[in-house]
Design a protein around this ligand. Structure first.
Ligand code: ATP
Ligand code: MG
Length: 454
């Protein structure tokens, strides 16, 4: 009890002069019943122990806009250890800032302690000083793990619409930064000075684009202004974080819109080779548009999407270009394809840290493409047994849809898959039998640039 009183008093003091606008249910329409029962339970139980607890961030924003939140975050004044003590099924994770995962059933709620302001270094710190707020030379925050008041927690978030707090007990929305008005007007506005906030964390520029595309919001002019000039700062960001953000972007159900917005903001150029590849090649544009569109459709229909398939699509025309180049240097088609795949993957792995589990599948999908054009002998029978056949075939369909491959080839494979053995035998196309592999002894003859081999 005494602890409760002390906490209340302390909270009042630290947020003095920064009172939120508190909106009742009839003003925002988010009823407790709309919230994930797990998030409600987490808030209720923390409150029962005398802590403050609110649903926060993207979930409140999405509910306010009538969208279904992807996941739920809860913010509290309890420390991570205190949170963990309240919930049996919970664990502390994270190094940069420790958060608590609380599990109920299959759902996980991320619980974070209110975080304080990210003070810039003065330059006078001694070695070994408190390094909770380290910054790099470009102003990027390397750590920001200091607890703070609820107001401070709101201010260190990225956009005003992401800094709304929902109290499921009273069904109130707490708004410190006019986020509700911005949501109503469809404006994505950074909190504080745009340049400073993007320097602290350049990924916020990508988040701006992704969220604007997802919410169909306008990026506020002052927020937008420094983006082009600061685009290069993305190069300092750890590659794995960039990759995660790209995955979120491409799996948001708004991949195509995001790609267009990235181009508008000048964020695609020269900073992520993958995006250069996507947006700078007229040849591949139709193919990529189709790939992103079909990914968006699948996400919206709640069907699974495979990152490897998507990245294989996004980079296909890079592979095609290099494949062609190697063949022009007199390399035979399959070794040339292998070289081309190596090159493309090498560049992407260096720049974007695409994990190996994805690159292996990407190679399999690409590698299957020339083989899908051979419909004679035992090859088609062997190919449909390949565990990755479905992905390779879907990829072929994209190539057909973009006009790169005759649509009949796609139809042939569709029929072949569902045909009986006898029908399959009849379907084989003799003309496409690849020339027999010639055993070469000694020096490679001039005419060695033959078509496919297996
Ligand atoms: P999504 O719909 O993708 O989940 P989101 O806004 O919820 O969007 P999360 O990555 O789940 O995104 O982040 C949750 C909240 O954490 C955000 O709403 C925002 O308040 C805060 N946040 C996330 N990333 C940053 C960042 N880079 N800088 C400041 N605040 C951030
Ligand atoms: Mg979220």
């Amino acid at each position: 009890m005494i602890q409760k009183i002390i906490r209340r008093f302390f909270k009042k003091k630290t947020s003095a002069g920064h009172d939120p606008v508190i909106l009742p249910l009839r003003k925002h329409g988010i009823s407790r019943e709309h919230i994930s029962p797990c998030a409600v339970k987490v808030c209720d139980e923390l409150r029962a122990q005398g802590f403050a607890a609110f649903v926060v961030g993207g979930a409140v924003r999405d509910l306010l806009l009538g969208m279904e939140p992807k996941d739920y975050d809860v913010a509290t004044d309890a420390t991570p250890e205190q949170v963990r003590d309240v919930f049996r099924r919970s664990r502390i994770i994270g190094r940069r800032f420790r958060i608590v995962h609380v599990m109920c059933g299959r759902e996980t709620i991320e619980v974070t302690t209110f975080r304080g302001p990210a003070a810039p270094l003065t330059g006078e710190e001694e070695e070994g000083d408190d390094d909770n707020h380290r910054q790099s030379d470009s102003g990027r925050l390397l750590r920001d793990n200091v607890f703070g008041s609820q107001y401070e927690d709101a201010v260190r978030r990225d956009f005003t619409v992401n800094a709304l707090y929902y109290d499921p007990t009273k069904q109130e929305v707490w708004d410190y930064l006019h986020g509700v008005a911005d949501a109503k007007h469809g404006v994505l506005r950074i909190i504080g000075d745009a340049e400073t906030r993007f320097r602290e964390d350049p990924v916020r520029m990508l988040r701006a684009v992704r969220l604007a595309a997802k919410l169909e919001f306008k990026i506020d002019a002052a927020t937008k202004k420094p983006i082009q000039a600061l685009a290069d700062l993305l190069q300092d960001v750890p590659k794995s974080r960039l990759f995660d953000e790209m995955l979120k972007m491409f799996h948001s159900g708004h991949a195509l819109a995001s790609a267009h917005r990235l181009r508008e903001e000048g964020l695609h150029h020269g900073l992520l080779p993958l995006l250069d590849a996507i947006l700078e090649q007229p040849m591949g544009e139709r193919f990529i548009t189709l790939a992103l569109k079909s990914t968006d459709e699948r996400v919206r229909e709640d069907k699974p999407v495979s990152p490897a398939f998507l990245f294989a699509s996004l980079l296909w025309h890079e592979v095609l270009t290099r494949w062609e180049q190697y063949q022009q240097q007199d390399m035979r088609p399959l070794p040339a394809l292998n070289e081309a795949m190596d090159d493309v993957i090498q560049t992407q792995v260096e720049n974007l840290a695409i994990p190996r589990r994805f690159t292996t599948t990407m190679r399999e999908i690409w590698g299957m493409q020339p083989r899908l054009l051979q419909r004679a002998g035992q090859r088609p029978f062997r190919l449909i047994e390949n565990p990755k056949f479905r992905a390779g075939f879907d990829f072929l369909l994209l190539r057909c849809a973009s006009g790169e491959v005759d649509a009949k080839v796609g139809q042939w494979w569709e029929t072949f898959q569902h045909a009986s053995d006898a029908e399959r035998e009849r379907m084989l196309i003799k003309d496409e039998a690849p020339p027999r592999k010639r055993r070469r002894r000694g020096k490679k003859p001039e005419s060695a640039t033959l078509p496919a081999e297996d």
